[in-house]
Design a binder for this molecule. Sequence first.
Ligand code: SF4
Ligand code: SF4
Length: 325
Amino acid sequence: MAKPKVAFYWCASCGGCEEAVVDLAENILKVVEAVDIVFWPVAMDFKRSDVEAMPDKSIAVSFINGAVRTSEQEEMVKLLRKKSQMVIAFGSCAHLGGIPGLANFWDRKSIFERAYKEVPSLENSNNVFPQTKTQVKEGELELPEFYDTVYALDQVIDVDYYIPGCAPPPDIIMNGVEAILKGELPPKGTVLAPDRALCDTCPLKDSKSEKISIKEIKRVHETEFDPEKCFLEQGIICLGPATRSGCGERCINAKMPCRGCFGPTSAVIDQGAKMLSALASILGIEDEEKMSEEDVTKLLDQIADPAGTFYRFSLPTSILRRRRM
Ligand code: SF4
Ligand code: SF4
């Protein structure tokens, strides 16, 4: 029997999601045995023309990681959608916009100004900026267009399922792959990870008081914290209340607070707003010592990068989506 054809593709990403596939270790042999990889540019020599030549819907599943930020990425994901029966948004950037999505606080012009003009280590006295078309003596060179806005995958094409995480952990990938191969999939649009908040599964959850009250917000490097105690309880922002579980509490076990890479549960529309609301409810809540508005403002001023903290992985899919320039 012919094996199902599978494609992997990356858009705006760091390469960690590709590493995550390799991190399957010996399980990758099971995957390779069960499927026929027909496109994986980072690992094998396939060309775009190979995909163009395939019949529509001839690929069983395309795993696409990374956000969409250039015209080339948009063209490729549209092509893969046409050729695939199923598309999986793989990893935080495809799922929610991810770290590249933080660029939505700027636009192309300001990003190019910074990258090609203002960076102190740069020498660009001729003011050379990337162009989509450049004439050289051999002919015309063409580069993809760099968009003003970064998009999550489902803002560009129809997506069937999501595998979350930065990067997705091996067991979440294997569970997803096995469910696909066995045809035992939940309804379309499901995130293939538990639908509970990280705080519910966190090994530090029992150290959390019923009523947390914080009077100071600190970053991990600014304090000697107790690694056996809930981070939030110690005034360190941890996105556990606003984040989906399933990662194996990787950061917590490494003595770091959660930064939210699994995105929110299905009950939450906006991960950053959910975390802000969780935080607001624990700022000096003891009845007898209610904080004044001024105290709350002072406390919030201690958050070094609020937008980057609350929307680190989810800005393009949040209610905010991008900054108006
Ligand atoms: S806030 Fe963070 S450390 Fe505290 S219980 Fe939730 S996930 Fe664990
Ligand atoms: S603890 Fe949070 S940031 Fe760390 S891997 Fe899990 S979901 Fe991602």
